[in-house]
Each structure stands twice: as C-alpha cells, then as structure tokens.
Design a protein around this ligand. Sequence first.
Ligand code: NIG
Ligand code: FE
Length: 392
Amino acid sequence: VSSLAISGISELTTNDPTLGEGRLGRLHDAGIVIDEGRVAWVGPSARTPPADRHLPAAGRAVTPGFVDSHTHLVFAGERSAEFEARLAGTPYTGGGIAATVSATRAASTAELREHSAGLHLAMRRGGTTTVEAKSGYDLTVDGERRLCEVASELTEEVTFLGAHVVPDEYADDRDGYVELVGGAMLEACRDFVRWVDVFCESVAFTVDETRAIAQRAQSVGLGVRLHGNQLGHSGGVALAVELGAASVDHCTYLAASDVEALAHTDTVATLLPTADLFTRSPSADARALLDAGATVALATDCNPGTSYVTSMGLVLALAVASLSMTVDEALWSATRGGALALRRPDLGQLGLGAHGDLVVLDAPRAAHLAYRPGIDLAALVVKGGMTVAGGE
Ligand code: NIG
Ligand code: FE
C-alpha cells in the first residue's frame, strides 16, 4: 500500500499555520492523504482524494504523532524501592544510577534488546512516532557501544551519554574518565549516534568537563543536547546556549538570565514534568519560558530512576495540570517542540511534504488528551503512512 487517505476528521491538528487556524494549523471536518510516506494533501473531508487505503475517522480527532525527544530507553533492572524511599522524603541525587549501571552491565544483549523494544512498543501504542534514545547505563567503552547499537536498532535518534555520571572505578580519576568519554568511548559509539549528551550537574559533570566533552563530539560532527539545571543552578542551560545545543533538558531551576538566553536562541528547552513530579522537585517554569518566547518541548525522560514513564499523553496532561501550559501549548510542545529539539523540521507537523506520522484519537478533540488524563486515547498510530499500532 503506497497511499492512505483519512476522511471525516472532526479536528485535524497540523502544526502548520499555513494550513489552518492558529499556530496549530487546525482544520475541522477535514481529510488528509499520505503518499509514499509523506503528507500529500490536506483539506475539507468531502474533497478527500481517493487513495490505495481509505480510513474513515468517523468524527475523531487527528494530531501529529508525539515526538519523545528525551528517553533513556536501554537499561536493565528496576528501582521501585528507591522510588518509594524518595516519595517518603529521601532526596534524588543521581546515586541510583550506579545500580542501573550494574544491572545493565550484567544483562545479555538479547535481554537489553527485548526490554528496550518492549518500552518502545508501549510508546508506539501511546501515539509516539519518534523516540530519541540515550546510552549512559554502562559507562565502559565496549558497553556504551553496545547500548548505542541496541538503541540504533529502534531509532535514528540515538544519543551518546557516556558522561552520565563518573563510574565508581574512576572515582579517584575524574579527569581520566572525561578523557575516556571524549576519546575512546566517543570513537566507539559515534557510528551509531547523532547526538552527545552530558549530565551537567554538581553530582555528575562540571560546566568545564561538560564543555570539553561536548566540543569533542561537535568536532566529529555530533549535535549536542544536555541535561541541565535539573537539581540546581548547574550552569548547564547557559552552556547549552553557548554551545549552540539543539536542546537543554529538565530546566527545573532557571535564573532570569537562563530564560532570557533561551528566548533568544534556537536551543529548545525540553521539560520533563514526570521527572519533576516523581523526584518531588519544583516544577519547571514553563510559563516564564513560553511568555519570554523560548521554544519548549515536552518528553517522558523514560528511565528507571526519575521517570519510568512511556506515555506522552500522560506527560501532556501533567504539563497542563502542573506546568500551567494550555492544552494547545502542551500538544505543540509534545509534537513540534520535540521535533525541533531533534532538529527535525520534517517531523511533528502534518504540512505538505512532512512525514506521515499521526495519531487518530478516540476523542472528538485533541483537548481530551488533557481532559481525560490516564486514558490511552491513541486509537490508531500511523508512521510514514503505515499503521504501526491500533486499528483492527
Ligand atoms: O534524566 N539526570 C540524569 N539522568 C536521568 C536519571 C537517571 C537515573 O536516575 O537513572 C534523568 O532524570
Ligand atoms: Fe534524562
């Protein structure tokens, strides 16, 4: 089947302002055609052209597929006891990462494949059509390479996070570990990845260490995305802007100067509301960012420590509930925002020529994503014009 037509769409969100109302480019009683994997036509339902396959949306809403631009998909083990202790008052310090590193090192490649594919499938079923996936739970040269390779079997958007924390065996030789990450480890991983990430935080890497690693990755052609200002005013946000990073993620602690800097660059501020909530942290100040004109993305941060979450629908609902985002802001950030955080202008929108990645919702309006939190509304998930989840 090379073309797909969907008609009878009660509310079509295209994120292309030239196609419909407002920033989200909304149409009502609309149709869409995807041909050879790309959006080929958008317009009134009654004029939907014929295609090889025709689906009546029957009064349901359609949105671009979610773009989950921040996940730690490849790991072994679980940390529910740490989760419970934290909710009872033990602060999150990143110390639990070592437990996941031990479990991941001990796992077979088949186990890692099976586990990450299971998480990826859950994401798909929830309406996510693009996933970024990081390494970072092995922290050896061969092990990080293995995680990057497993991630690359699931997605094109793979990120090398050898600089997640300094592993125990390098506790007395931080400089040696920074050199290893920017040298042999980067070299071993680079064929599988588009991106480098560093956890720039007092419990992980300093601004200078982060800059050194990021610049070495840039020099071999990788793009930069950083974990910044998650646990405090780490300087990660300012550094991300300085480096021209595609994204700086968490942004839980922001100074006015950070908001100002983000408002004037194309570095996207990626907010991870479930990580904030489940570490009992303050909520990132989405309103300050949006009101200043910064580009905001939303993502799951799926990982066994701070956010064992695969549902972008839940993230969107919580962004509305706890970050004071409007439904339309949250929907845009979970789709187009994520695409821009990955520097993928062809994703997260349904303009002509964009990737045919969309979700048919079991609801008449996209607002139901926030209005009915916890309900999986993804009735049909289409990627490149092919059904990848849901349907008959
Ligand atoms: O994004 N902050 C660094 N990395 C993860 C958590 C890692 C873990 O606790 O296993 C995060 O929150
Ligand atoms: Fe993360």
